[in-house]
Design a protein around this ligand. Structure first.
Ligand code: PMP
Length: 324
């Protein structure tokens, strides 16, 4: 589907996967005006296809677009096209424990112009790809290190937007983490390098002395849909989540007092990723003996159960894709 100033969004079409042709002067190549989303569709045991909270993804896409001076899409219209696309490619939604169809909607600036201004033309695309189980051998805790040199995103910059630059800004730190044998980094705020923000591609939660805490949204943390869903789920279990600013000093103090009981990341890819070990400067925090905690396990089982139709969806989070 394309956008031009005169016509708005127009000409939606479903075509076979293929390369796209762009002019070398297409503005996306030069000024990074692009936004994207990531969500999943799941196959239930009785062969229904379920989408998990797609409305939230398209709302977030529009919030990202706003920051990047990209025109809004009609959220209901793009959801309708997505359902059509999946219904047509239903066989691409894999069968099997933990598998899903990954969905990548994105928008790129396509005006051919080297001067610096918001593009007058855009293309919105959705690509689909089956993905294997994230945990083929069962849910597994990860090792994370706290990043102090680089900043992923700052408030007032591209901040909370889901846009390319926030990810390429993270590569150096991610490379360093991989080299040192960690799976991801924990980002701190870009100003004081003091407050916890999020993990690579996940939001982060801690259980401290019986209370579940997550960093409050602050204009740079990505507004994760799994994060939001976990908060709603925990509230329904009478375990309200405290959203607040949390510093590394406070976390270390809690750890040293034996009060840091659990830590986990949340995101579309892993759903829940328990954090078994956190390294900050020369401090090594082994959390819950490096094992998956009870809250992480219960959240993982419940959310994956709802997503795959095995558990009742009392929140109305899933949307069924009907056949064409
Ligand atoms: N933070 C970042 C930086 C991410 O890329 C993601 C993945 N979209 C998340 C958090 C988790 O967000 P969600 O739960 O919507 O997948």
């Amino acid at each position: 589907m394309n956008y031009t100033v005169n016509k708005g969004w127009h000409d939606p079409k479903i075509i076979p996967y293929q390369p796209v042709t762009l002019d070398p002067a297409a503005m996306i190549f030069h000024y990074g005006q692009t936004v994207f989303e990531g969500l999943k569709a799941y196959r239930t045991e009785d062969d229904q296809i379920l989408l998990f909270r797609p409305d939230q993804n398209f709302q977030r896409l529009n919030r990202s677009s706003e920051r990047l001076s990209i025109p809004h899409v009609d959220e209901e219209e793009v959801l309708y096209y997505l359902k059509q696309l999946i219904a047509l490619e239903k066989e691409w939604v894999p069968k099997g424990e933990g598998t899903s169809l990954y969905i990548r909607p994105f928008i790129i600036a396509t005006e051919n112009n080297l001067s610096v201004h918001p593009s007058a033309c855009y293309t919105f695309m959705i690509i689909l790809s089956p993905v294997a189980a994230y945990y083929p051998e069962g849910i597994n805790p990860v090792r994370i290190y706290v990043e102090e040199n680089f900043t992923r995103a700052v408030k007032g910059g591209t901040g909370t937007a889901k846009t390319a630059g926030n990810y390429s800004a993270a590569y150096n730190a991610q490379n360093e983490a991989t080299k040192q044998g960690f799976s991801q980094v924990l980002w701190l705020d870009g100003v004081e390098k003091k407050y916890i923000e999020e993990v690579g591609s996940m939001n982060v939660f801690f259980k401290i002395n019986g209370e579940i805490v997550t960093p409050a949204l602050n204009g740079s943390i990505l507004e994760g849909i799994t994060r939001k869903s976990m908060i709603e789920l925990l509230k329904s279990w009478d375990m309200p989540v405290v959203e607040k600013r949390l510093s590394m000093d406070e976390l270390l103090e809690a750890y040293n007092q034996g009060l840091l009981e659990e830590a986990f990341g949340t995101g579309t890819a892993a759903v829940i990723s328990p954090i078994g070990e956190l390294i900050w400067r020369d401090q090594k925090m082994k959390i819950n003996g490096g094992e998956t905690g009870n809250v992480s396990k219960r959240l993982y089982d419940t959310l994956t159960g709802i997503q795959t139709g095995k558990k009742a969806d009392s929140f109305n989070w899933t949307i069924q894709v009907n056949s064409l």
